[in-house]
Write a protein that binds this ligand. Structure first.
Ligand SMILES: [Zn+2]
Length: 306
């Protein structure tokens, strides 16, 4: 599958499994699949996934204990093999060896596995925080093969949430790129601006508002370039290019500690002797910077946040 957008082939974007959503309404789906040794199971423990020595996901067969666990139907492949995710509750004796957080392996997982892993992580994060009904406070139960939680009291259905955020490469009339240091970043870290979309707001309006709020710059020519599931905990990062009308920076107190316009030569120098850190290779933030730069950058994957 190809995409017409400038930023393609991002980590976690797949294509992954066929979701086969029409099967979720079958109440016997999960019991049947858990009784079939051909079913492939991806476990998750405390947000970590099982990873083998070649940086691939480690799938297993169903285990009798899975019947007592929270299970979600992930989909099928072209061979009719079914895939499920299982939320394991590790015991004290379970060790973290062979298990990794998605951030740590996002850049190295094959594209299809990354998309499946992102789906399971996002669903697990949502289940973990939605055990009660937002309408009446009664407990909710997973239904529709783990894709809905239903209130036991009033029967209301609650769906997995995805939180859209815009992330944008802002350039000026001289094609310099704007990078900023958020308040939670390490002193050497900078990235493109980003922020959550607010209710009642279009994506383009969110781009313009965030840039104006954070650095006091007005933007035009807002252009969608690609997007990426970012399940930390339930995000979707929607990437844009935007052009600044002016270059004077007025930093938002408490949110932005520094911001600066970079030419390509200045970015080279900053990444070299100045020790600037930019987001890791798995992120759309990195790809937006490289899209502007015109080539992949050598900068290592390091933590940006304190
Ligand atoms: Zn309720």
């Amino acid at each position: 599958m190809t995409t017409p957008f400038p930023i393609a082939g991002l980590a976690l974007t797949g294509p992954g499994l066929e979701r086969s959503a029409e099967r979720r309404t079958d109440a016997l789906l999960l019991p049947t699949l858990l009784g079939d040794p051909a079913t492939r199971v991806l476990a998750i423990r405390r947000g970590r996934l099982p990873i083998d020595a070649t940086d691939r996901l480690r799938w297993r067969a169903p285990h009798p204990d899975d019947r007592d666990r929270l299970v979600v139907f992930l989909g099928t492949d072209g061979e009719h093999t079914a895939y499920v995710g299982v939320m394991e509750d590790p015991t004290e004796s379970d060790r973290d060896e062979g298990w990794a957080g998605l951030r740590a392996v996002a850049a190295t997982l094959p594209a299809a596995e990354g998309a499946t892993a992102a789906t399971l992580i996002a669903l697990a994060n949502w289940h973990a925080t939605h055990s009660r009904c937002p309408r009446c406070g009664a407990p909710t139960e997973p239904v529709l093969a783990g894709w809905v939680r239903r209130c036991a009291e009033d029967g209301s259905d609650h769906f997995p949430r995805t939180d859209p955020a815009v992330i944008m490469a802002v350039t000026d009339a001289d094609d310099r790129l704007l990078l900023a240091r958020g308040s939670g970043f390490l002193a050497a870290g900078m990235s493109v601006l980003a922020g959550f979309v607010e209710p009642g707001e279009t994506l383009a309006a969110a781009v313009a508002r965030e840039v104006a709020e954070e650095v006091g710059v007005t933007v035009t020519e807002v252009e969608y370039v690609g997007d990426q599931p970012w399940p930390f905990p339930t995000g979707l990062m929607i990437g844009f290019r935007a052009r600044a009308r002016d270059t004077a920076l007025r930093l938002r107190d408490g949110e932005i500690e520094a911001a600066r316009w970079f030419t390509r030569a200045e970015l080279d120098a900053a990444l070299g002797e100045e020790g600037l850190r930019i987001p890791g290779r798995a992120s759309i933030a990195r790809r937006l910077i490289e899209d502007w730069y015109g080539a992949p950058l050598e900068a290592p994957d390091t933590m940006l946040r304190r």
